[in-house]
Write a protein that binds this ligand. Structure first.
Ligand code: EPU
Length: 332
């Protein structure tokens, strides 16, 4: 049995049957050919996965490292190993005066995980910088790549969560970043900045995140626990009659996105606890583990929140984090 405590940021004391770190393409061929366990789970830095039980299978961790840089007159092309840390990449770009990723500063996790859930924050999503994603197809046993257009990116979604889920191991991600920089400052606290530089935006994002979101190194958490739900305008207008202040972001002509944190907050969940699991007092979308929490307690609190939101707002919240039980995904 292999302890997963240091491999996921929620901090449950879960175990897996075995753990395989893959560092290079040579490793990959031999190690995966020798893999006898048919049940496996691909894990990055474990900042968006919660092991609610002991996992009866093998954890495979892609640890491909390295950054290569090319450029032409208009763009930088940055190819990054899947095992690199996302925030370190953002800092590397800032140091090399390659600007554009600053809104995505301090997002926990690995580069290889970034396209899977199309990480996003403060008005920017990674999909706008993806040139292509390189991966190893675990069934066909061959290397392939997908251009951004074929990654089927959506809000916290991509083909790697749907059709290709669990079937491929992302080995590297190639980003294309325009040399002509234009800062994105339309979201939340960034609006206060007037004619900011990329460094000003980076610093502000770091400051806001550190003030609102708990540091996983200090208290177990996996960032936003639920996705922000996308609902019809008809339902939104109906809700506005009772909840005049309900916030929304436009999605298209028929749909709007609602901050799940606001819904949860209205129902008084901030600070609520089930054993060692809590709804964070500063941010209602973040569930935390004080170190003594259990998978059962987490599922209980998450289901309580889901039920209360559904009863009050007729909105079904979906988990944004991946919940893994003893045989694989757990559904709320
Ligand atoms: N709000 C509340 N109560 C709270 C917190 C927020 O009412 O306790 C309301 C406020 O009205 C606020 C709104 O919710 O304006 C949105 O809050 P926030 O700006 O913190 O963003 P979020 O929608 O909760 C999303 C992402 C975050 C990302 C931030 C910033 C999702 C699921 N989460 O959160 O991503 O950092 O926007 O762009 O889309 C993550 O994915 O793990 C993550 C942290």
């Amino acid at each position: 049995m292999y302890s997963l405590a240091s491999h996921h940021s929620f901090g449950f004391t879960s175990f897996a049957q075995s753990f395989l770190t893959v560092n290079s393409s040579d490793d990959l061929h031999t190690q995966l050919t020798n893999l006898t366990d048919s049940r496996y789970y691909l894990l990055g830095e474990g900042s968006n996965t919660i092991f609610t039980e002991n996992y009866q299978g093998t954890i495979i961790k892609p640890a491909f490292m390295g950054i290569t840089l090319e450029d032409n007159d208009t763009h930088y092309l940055v190819k990054v190993g899947a095992g690199e840390n996302w925030h370190k990449l953002v800092m590397w770009c800032m140091q090399h005066k390659i600007y554009g990723l600053e809104n995505l500063a301090l997002i926990p996790g690995s580069v290889g995980a970034a396209p899977i859930q199309n990480i996003g924050a403060y008005g920017v999503e990674i999909e706008q910088f993806i040139h292509q994603v390189e991966y190893y197809d675990l069934q066909q046993k061959q290397y392939q790549s997908l251009r951004a257009i074929d990654c089927e990116f959506g809000y916290r979604d991509s083909v790697f969560k749907t059709r290709l889920a669990g079937k491929v191991m992302i080995t590297s991600v190639t980003l294309v970043i325009p040399k002509k920089w234009k800062g994105v400052t339309h979201y939340g606290e960034l609006k206060q900045l007037s004619t900011p530089s990329a460094t000003d935006i980076f610093n502000k994002v770091v400051e806001v995140r550190q003030s609102k979101l708990p540091d996983p190194a200090k208290i177990g958490n996996a960032g936003s626990f639920f996705k922000n739900p996308i609902i019809t305008k008809a339902l939104f207008e109906q809700l506005q009659r009772t909840w005049a202040a309900i916030p929304s972001y436009p999605v298209n002509t028929d749909k709007v996105k609602i901050p799940a944190a606001w819904l949860i907050d209205q129902l008084g969940f901030k600070g609520r606890r089930v054993g060692g699991i809590g709804c964070h007092p500063n941010h209602a979308l973040v569930l935390t583990n004080d170190g003594s929490g259990t998978g059962e307690q987490l599922l209980e609190l998450a289901r309580d929140i889901q039920l209360a939101v559904s009863q009050e707002f007729s909105i079904r919240l979906e988990n944004e984090v991946r919940l893994i039980g003893n045989k694989g995904p757990v559904f709320l």
